[in-house]
Structure formats: C-alpha cells, structure tokens
Design a binder for this molecule. Structure first.
Ligand code: IMP
Ligand code: MG
Length: 183
C-alpha cells in the first residue's frame, strides 16, 4: 500500500503486513491441532474482525463455518462501559458447537467478557477467543484469551480492521495514530 496518502496521520507502523500474516499462519496451525476431529464455528465481531477473519480462515486447512455478530458498547466516545447491545445477531443456533470468537482487539476486555458469557448461555459446547491484538495495560476485566496475535502498549492503533472515525480499516498493517489526530 502507498503510505503517502496517510503518512501524516500515523506516528509509526508497529506491525507490518508480513509480521501479521506470519503470526496468523502460526495461530492457524495451533487451531488445526487444538480442534482436530471436532467441529469449529468461527464467530467474527463486526466490523473490526473482517480482515482477520478473511485471512485467518484462509490459513486454516480444514472445514470451518463462519458467522457474524455486531455489538455496540453503550459508552461515551472511546470509553467502553461493559453494557453491550446486539446490533446483529448470529444467523444460526450454536447449541453444542465449538465456538471460536475472532476479534481485532482486546482493550478493557469488557466487550469480550460480555460476549463470551452471552454465547456460553446459549449452550455452546466451548467458547474460546482469538484476537489479533491485546492491550494488557488497559484491562479492566481479565478475559481468558486462547490465541493472541500480539500484546501491544496502550496507544490508540489503526489499520487491519481497526478504525478511527470509521477510517483506516483498510490498511494492511497496524499503526499508532498520530496524537494530533485526536488531541
Ligand atoms: P474493549 O474495551 O476491550 O471492550 O474493546 C472495545 C472495542 O474498542 C474494540 O473491539 C475496538 O473496536 C475498540 N478499540 C479498543 N482499542 C482500540 C484501538 O486502539 N483502536 C481502535 N479501536 C479500538
Ligand atoms: Mg471490535
């Protein structure tokens, strides 16, 4: 991707496209081993998980099913509140299914904590989580995440599904947003 159009908006690239894809392939191998002989349903959280779902699922060499949810956190601006509203629910029943939630980022952990509890209450056989990024220093609740791409500092990041005011989701890498963009 030609960086010149967005160069001034970013502080620095922290995870290159190549590093991302290499890590996703490693995680795909782990998933294949962990779910060997068992059914697997990937559930992506819109819209941030679109990129990772497209890439991760294509790295997994076995049958998977894919479904989507859209949730919104009742909170002001960039603050998560933990109170979550379902904007788009799953298309199918998940009773007895092995569910793997596919996410872009675990920040406070509030959204995923709520989502896991919600999916477990529907009778899923197992509910695990895969996330591209995790910010350990932002955690409000501890969420047990089975597959983590990268642990990163608290900085606001964009790209690879992650947005700032709905932009930058299409960047193939992850970058720290320049401070002047929001201060
Ligand atoms: P939570 O705080 O773990 O509940 O995360 C809620 C949501 O906030 C994530 O799914 C992202 O959509 C968004 N988010 C958190 N940190 C960032 C960031 O650094 N860049 C872009 N979006 C973020
Ligand atoms: Mg998200």
């Amino acid at each position: 991707m030609d960086l010149s159009a967005i160069e001034k908006d970013i502080e620095r690239v922290i995870i290159s496209e190549e590093k991302l894809q290499t890590r996703l392939k490693e995680i795909a191998r782990q998933i294949e081993a962990d779910y060997e002989g068992q059914d697997l349903l990937l559930i992506g959280v819109l819209k941030g998980a679109v990129m990772v779902m497209a890439d991760l699922s294509r790295h997994i060499n076995r049958h998977v099913e894919i479904d989507w949810m859209a949730v919104s956190s009742y909170g002001s601006g960039t603050n998560s509140s933990g109170v979550v509203r379902i904007l788009k629910d799953l298309d199918r029943d998940i009773t007895g299914r092995n569910v793997l939630i596919v996410e872009d980022i675990v920040d406070t952990g509030l959204t995923l904590d709520w989502l896991r509890t919600n999916l477990e209450s529907r009778g899923a056989k197992s509910v695990e989580i895969m996330t591209v990024l995790r910010k350990p220093d932002s955690a409000i609740v501890r969420v047990d995440v089975r597959y983590v791409g990268f642990d990163i500092p608290k900085d606001f990041v964009i790209g690879y599904g992650l947005d700032f005011n709905e932009k930058y989701r299409n960047l193939p890498f992850i970058a720290v947003l320049a401070k002047h963009m929001y201060e």
